[in-house]
Design a protein around this ligand. Structure first.
Ligand SMILES: Cc1cc2nc3c(=O)[nH]c(=O)nc-3n(C[C@H](O)[C@H](O)[C@H](O)COP(=O)(O)O)c2cc1C
Length: 181
């Protein structure tokens, strides 16, 4: 059975990106995928510093890396902070990128994001896609940018706009049909 990990780059209570994470996870399950929904808050890591690598590689980074290596699909919902990725995601990617074998070369990656602004995290997603591509990840083409959050999602986190609903279907289709060969 195809497996997926979903995660949100925001761990705040009431995070819109967590709502998107679970919405996409539900759609993947409906497509026959076994989904593991991660909370990055369960994988605490210090701010990355090369000096820490030799003796203080966080156990949570090792655990997370193994999960990334053993799932077929990874969906990341990213917030946008100051036109870029939030520090939680940058830090997580830094720790993951230093581990061998690569955590980026197995799964198919999908990215999306919700922001309070009308551009719907397009800047953050652009940075995230570039960064993932740089380290060897295969990222599907549909980018799921959603905003402003209060209008674009209902109280349960379901997208309200037909164009976004179609994009969710498109990214789920791509995630379940792309392959690294
Ligand atoms: C430090 C900071 C920077 C932000 N920068 C942006 C931004 O550049 N663009 C944007 O659309 N929203 C920005 N926001 C607003 C976020 O889109 C909003 O807080 C959103 O709800 C965060 O995602 P979350 O609900 O998953 O935590 C920023 C918020 C914070 C706290």
């Amino acid at each position: 059975m195809t497996t997926a990990l979903t995660l949100s780059g925001s761990i705040r209570k009431g995070s819109y990106n967590r709502l998107l994470q679970h919405h996409v996870g539900g759609k993947l399950e409906a497509a026959g995928v076994r989904v593991t929904a991660l909370e990055l808050g369960d994988f605490e890591m210090p701010i990355f510093n090369e000096d820490l690598e030799a003796d203080h590689l966080p156990e949570s980074a090792v655990r997370l890396a193994e999960l990334w290596r053993t799932h077929d699909i990874i969906f990341i919902a990213t917030p946008e902070y100051n036109g870029s990725m939030p520090p939680l995601l940058v830090n997580t990617l830094a720790w993951l990128s230093r581990q061998k074998p690569s955590v980026f070369r197995h799964a198919i990656f999908g990215i999306g994001g919700v922001s309070s602004g009308k551009y719907g995290t397009i800047f953050a997603q652009s940075h995230l896609r570039d960064s993932l591509s740089k380290v060897g990840a295969l990222v599907v083409p549909t980018l799921l940018g959603i905003g402003p959050a209060e209008q674009a999602l209902d109280a349960e986190g379901n997208p309200t706009e037909p164009a976004i609903i179609r994009k969710v279907d498109a990214i789920v289709h791509e995630l379940t049909h792309f392959s690294r060969g």
